[in-house]
Design a protein around this ligand. Structure first.
Ligand code: NAD
Length: 484
């Protein structure tokens, strides 16, 4: 067996050991491949102290200088893109090809985007002249930012928090998911090499209920940006309710695709395959309820199932693989439980788990794989239609008219995103405001413009990130009033 990788905390510019370590598994083999720091509350506190110490200097470092450093970070990651993609895949189970095409380029883009965005946004101020007074505002960094991220898009999402936080002059203590910590270690090497001043970015690893809680409840961390499950978001909100913190909570989803009979059919099928199954369906924005207008229901189902069956599931290292392994054994059991539950409730499993035979290379025999699964003939009240499964599973159901489908699409607790497929522009304008989703993609999916607000409504979250929304979150805008 190859030697285990050790992942140590990164505090005050140095890699530091912890008292305890946890096991991290390679999802494609089911084998332990890394030992990751499992930080105690005291070890988290050491990181907060380092961030506090660095804040006075970093917060007054000219934004141009911060920007230059972040551009250097982006360049250094780009020079190691293949290595980053391989580690991200090894840790998460996603195909290396996907990490090369999406995750790591987006990690680089997040640093470049906020490095340049802040140059223009932070220096501006609003001046209002009155007869007796002049008012203006300044945007100031808030302090030590606590950042907590999930396992599905590890560096992609972590960098969407670190980049705006430091660009705005905050210092950071970040905690990645305990299941996907290894790639963050590469990022810390880059921070060292780029010359990030000590204590500006600190990374602590460990379980949510220990290291995560210690960060959330730390009295000197005034701001928490969290991405993860809705249940965890609720725990966090409650556990820090008495502390008056600023929160951004990006939570789960149960996203509908609504497909009308006038849609561009081929493009719709192709994109909905991607929106349902990319990254093994482990993207918060993945489609998991597909409402198809009755006139094209059978035609859609046939084309969609044929394409789902053709997706290659297997070794993440194989360039032909579309779906790699799910994150963990427990998560695989949860996903399979929903499929089995739907089957025993009378639904039809059109393809996927339990229907086809999965052929895997030897090294992946104990990996956590599930085939893309399409379920039909189930009521909207079925758990597979109501709950976030977060795997390669999607449900397809028919509908008749606009009013009906709006009501059905809105019938879940989540409100993250929806996709709408129609060539009728009036319908787009009529329906979009009525859909209870914070992002609505029309005839496309996951086309992301970082200037746009990103976040959830209902139980999908609180707060917005992206462009000015991130800088609003990561700064305190102060009003200064001078009487003449
Ligand atoms: P999770 O909530 O289990 O964990 C997320 C992070 O929170 C991890 O780092 C974890 O260690 C930490 N954590 C857990 N309990 C904590 C606690 N009590 N206090 C502080 N931190 C704690 O989520 P996950 O399983 O890692 O990720 C999957 C979920 O994330 C899905 O629900 C998915 O929809 C959601 N997600 C949302 C978005 C979005 O932008 N809305 C993006 C990606 C993923």
């Amino acid at each position: 067996m190859s030697q285990l990788v050790t992942v140590n905390n990164f505090i005050d510019g140095k890699f530091v050991t912890t008292k305890e370590y946890l096991d991290s598994f390679d999802p494609s083999t089911g084998q332990v491949w890394a030992r990751v720091s499992n930080s105690s509350a005291d070890e988290v506190d050491t990181a907060v102290q380092a961030a506090e110490k660095a804040f006075p200097q970093w917060s007054v470092t000219p934004v141009e200088q911060r920007s230059k450093l972040m551009l250097k970070i982006a360049d250094l990651i780009e020079a190691r893109l293949d290595e980053f993609a391989e580690v991200e895949s090894h840790d998460q189970g996603k195909p290396v090809s996907l990490a090369k095409r999406i995750d790591i380029p987006r990690l680089i883009h997040n640093f470049r985007y906020f490095a340049t965005y802040c140059l223009h946004d932070l220096n501006s101020s609003t001046v209002q002249l009155e007869a007796s007074a002049t008012n203006y505002t300044v945007k100031c960094p808030v302090g030590v930012a606590g950042l907590i991220s999930p396992w599905n898009l590890p560096l992609y999402l972590l960098s969407f928090k670190i980049a705006p936080a430091i660009a705005c002059g905050n210092t950071v203590v970040a905690k990645p998911s305990e299941m996907t910590s290894v790639s963050t270690q590469l990022l810390c090497q880059v921070f060292q090499e780029a010359g990030v001043p000590k204590g500006v970015i600190n990374i602590v690893y460990g379980y949510g209920w220990t290291a995560g809680t210690a960060l959330v409840e730390h009295p000197r961390v005034p701001l928490i940006s969290f991405t993860g499950g809705t249940a965890t978001g609720e725990v966090i909100r409650k556990s820090a309710a008495h502390l008056n913190k600023r929160f951004s909570l990006e939570l789960g989803g149960k996203n509908p695709a609504i497909i009308f009979d006038d849609c561009s059919f081929e493009k719709c099928v192709e994109t909905t395959i991607r929106s349902s199954f990319v990254n093994q369906g482990e993207v918060c924005l993945c489609t998991s309820r597909i409402f198809v207008q009755r006139g094209i229901y059978e035609k859609f189902l046939e084309a969609f199932v044929a394409k789902a069956k053709a997706l290659v599931v297997g070794d993440p290292k194989d360039p032909n693989t579309f779906c790699g392994a799910l994150i963990s054994k427990q998560h695989r059991e949860k996903v399979v439980g929903y499929i089995e539950g739907a089957r025993s409730g009378g639904a039809t499993i059109r393809c996927g788990h339990g229907v086809e035979h999965l052929s895997l290379p030897d090294r992946c025999q104990n990996g956590y794989f599930v085939q893309p699964t399409v379920i039909s003939d189930l009521p909207d009240s079925a758990p597979a239609m109501m709950d976030e499964i977060f795997g390669p599973v999607t449900c397809v159901v028919p509908f008749d008219d606009e009013a009906e489908v709006i009501q059905r699409a809105n019938s879940v607790r989540y409100g993250l995103c929806a996709t709408l497929w129609t060539e009728n522009v009036s319908r787009v304008h009529r329906m979009s405001p009525k859909l209870e989703s914070a992002t609505i993609w029309v005839n496309c999916w996951l086309v992301r413009d970082l200037n746009m607000p990103f976040g959830g409504m209902k139980d999908s979250g609180t707060g917005k990130e992206g462009g000015k929304y991130s800088t609003e979150f990561f700064t305190q805008e102060k009003t200064i009033c001078i009487q003449h």
